[in-house]
Design a binder for this molecule. Sequence first.
Ligand code: HEC
Length: 221
Amino acid sequence: MTLGIGYLFALTYLYLVDIEPHNAEGHGLLQDVIEKYYGKRGGTRLGAALNGAMGDNITPAEKEKIFLWIKGGAKEEGFTALASIFQENCALCHSPESGLPIPPLTSFEEVAVLTTMDMGQSVKGLVRVSHVHLFGMSFIFFMTGGIFALSEVDIRWRSLLIATPFVAIWLDIGSWWFTKLEPIFAYTVIFGGFLMGVSLLLQIVISLAEMWIWNREDKRS
Ligand code: HEC
């Protein structure tokens, strides 16, 4: 019962942290999972501005150079070659001296603020949550599975239900990593999580029911 309640709190936490804050944007669960692991790679603020009105301040060739640089990761090494473009065409307005309430574009550090892309969960972050969950969850499955192993459910179904959450957590956590590379794996993240929840619920409910509800007189002898 305690593990089951703990699991419900885990689901509530997931909802409050990863889903509810995005509700205002009208996203579904799938989109939320993609944004968490894959990120929002649509584009950068600098790119968006250059595709709009700001692009009129430079020649198409100069614009091309800046876009190539952004595509290559907007690294500091490449910036020196572009510094003069920003200096001559943008700094007139985009500098502290202009007094305009717009971001300055006079150095790499200032431009970099507008070229960061949301790449989703970092590798370090994924390693951290993966190891914590694999250790923690497998202990939980070991305990609920250990109790459920004593159930009277047919041995084949019992074995299947004991193994399912272990397979499901591979699907779930493995797919976090794959979703970082390809958004399509968000489906297996959701399927793995669903499978894990359902199998855990069945293990707990059947075990409790056999102990407290289905213990008919004739079995008591
Ligand atoms: C004549 C003045 C002027 C020049 C020149 C100019 N900008 Fe701007 N820029 C603005 C103003 C005003 C805004 C805010 C209003 C808007 O977004 O249209 C802005 C907005 C921006 C933004 C959006 C900032 C944000 O908060 O997301 C970016 C990025 C940008 N400019 C980049 C550039 C680049 C790159 C150049 C040079 C190629 C440039 N601008 C040249 C006046 C200028």
